[in-house]
Design a binder for this molecule. Structure first.
Ligand code: CTP
Length: 397
């Protein structure tokens, strides 16, 4: 299954580095080509000679090694692989990755790469449980980095708990899953995301509190399952995912145009918090308080993008998924909204300020379809996205 796949394996400095020698062997048995990178701390645990001999490849160790650079520059090294695997991923490496530090070869490669990355964390249980590591982990998953493990068990330091690196065969399985053709291969999926900005004048606008985090996570999750994703986003707080087609818009009307241009698609997921109204009296010059007095704004309703697509007579996507942002009677309102808009599923969430969902990192959703309502436990937005992407893949299969 891994025949011809190129793996860049970064070995960090932890006692689990010895398992990475076996990992190299298992990967090569399956036909993968392994290019190893050993950190300075990694050299304390395994020897450069054994890594290089097992990999049957040049070992890269130094950012400023002229002969290595002549053979293959470090930027190129970060990009020629199909997958970058960090095993063991120490607390220090995870911290560097989450902050974007680049002060040695491993961290520089990880910052320069546009290839998917999988990490296998390994560290002492207290280091793993530390708020800083958990914060870094959340940042890394938000950045689209896949994680395998750690496992729970006895540790080399004599303690017990989560922190043991996954076994080589578990890491191989995670690598295979990551490199396999996903269930959405060949499917084109549209995702709308973020708020829209409706101008009052060239410097002022009406907006809402959406950060775009849920829509961005969804686009990333759909892409990870192999979909060709068209991502139409308003001005969001979070960066769009890698590897998807990004179309940036400001207003609801621009979003509708972009969506119509993106059709046909197999599925449309409408996660954007679209403004319901735009200002018809918008000025093309900045309003002045001395001259113009108190402004009076006139509004008109924006087009309903979800409803327009869900009710298309010809060329409607086979699956149309809406979101319902509600502050009260969530299920009842969302069920009515699904009917009114004509979408297949509606993902309902409670955006009352006390839930911290709008603009926050977690979400608690109920999926409503023709068969009823399915409430999921509260989890982070990346997890909601992964589960929703899997449900979409199952529906399109
Ligand atoms: N939506 C859309 N275009 C709009 C308004 C909403 O595509 N002009 C989509 C959203 O992306 C979301 C769904 O419709 O998938 C519901 O959005 P929501 O704001 O909850 O509902 P509204 O239609 O605005 O209804 P209300 O404000 O009355 O709750």
């Amino acid at each position: 299954m891994l025949a011809g796949k190129r793996i860049l394996l970064i070995i960090g400095g932890g006692i689990a580095a010895f398992k990475s020698l076996d990992l190299i062997r298992r990967l090569r048995e399956r036909g993968a080509e392994v290019t190893p990178v050993l950190t300075r701390a990694g050299e304390e645990f395994v020897t450069p000679l054994s890594v290089s001999a097992l990999a049957g490849s040049t070992l890269y160790r130094d950012l400023f090694d002229l002969s290595d650079e002549a053979e293959m520059g470090h930027i190129q090294l970060s990009r020629v692989a199909d997958l970058v695997v960090v095993a063991p991923a120490t607390a220090d490496l995870m911290a560097k990755m989450s902050k974007g530090l680049a002060n040695d070869l491993a961290s520089t490669l990880l910052l320069a790469t546009d290839t998917p990355v999988l990490i296998a964390p390994a560290m002492n249980v207290r280091m793993w449980d530390h708020a800083a590591t958990q914060r870094n982990l959340a940042t890394l998953t938000d950045d689209g980095i896949a994680v395998v493990g750690p496992n729970e068990g006895d540790m080399a330091c004599g303690e017990y708990g989560p922190g043991r690196m996954s076994e080589p065969l578990e890491i191989v399985a995670a690598i295979e899953a990551r490199l396999a053709d996903g269930p959405l291969k060949g499917r084109r999926v549209l995702v709308t995301s973020g708020p829209t900005h409706e101008p009052i004048d060239p410097v002022r606008y009406i907006a809402n509190r959406s950060s775009g985090a849920q829509g961005t996570a969804l686009a990333r999750a759909l892409s990870a399952l192999g979909a060709e994703v068209v991502f139409v986003t308003g001005p969001a707080d979070v960066a769009p995912p890698e590897g998807v087609q990004v179309i940036k818009v400001q207003t609801a009307r621009q979003m509708l145009d972009a969506v119509q241009d993106a059709l046909p698609v197999d599925a449309g997921v409408f996660a954007a918090a679209v403004a319901d109204w735009h200002v018809t009296s918008a000025s093309d010059k900045k309003l002045k308080k001395s001259k113009d007095g108190l402004p009076s704004l006139a509004f008109a309703e924006n087009p309903d993008i979800l409803k327009t697509v869900a009710q298309m007579k010809k060329g409607r996507p086979s699956l149309v998924v809406g979101f319902a942002a509600e502050t009260n009677d969530v299920i009842e309102n969302a069920t009515a909204k699904r009917k009114r808009k004509g979408c297949d599923w509606i993902v309902a969430n409670d955006v009352s300020p006390e839930t911290g969902i709008m603009g926050g990192s977690e979400n608690a959703v109920t999926i409503i379809d023709n068969d009823g309502a399915d409430t999921w436990p509260r989890m982070n937005k990346a997890q909601v996205a992964n589960q929703l992407a899997a449900r979409i893949a199952a529906a399109l299969a």
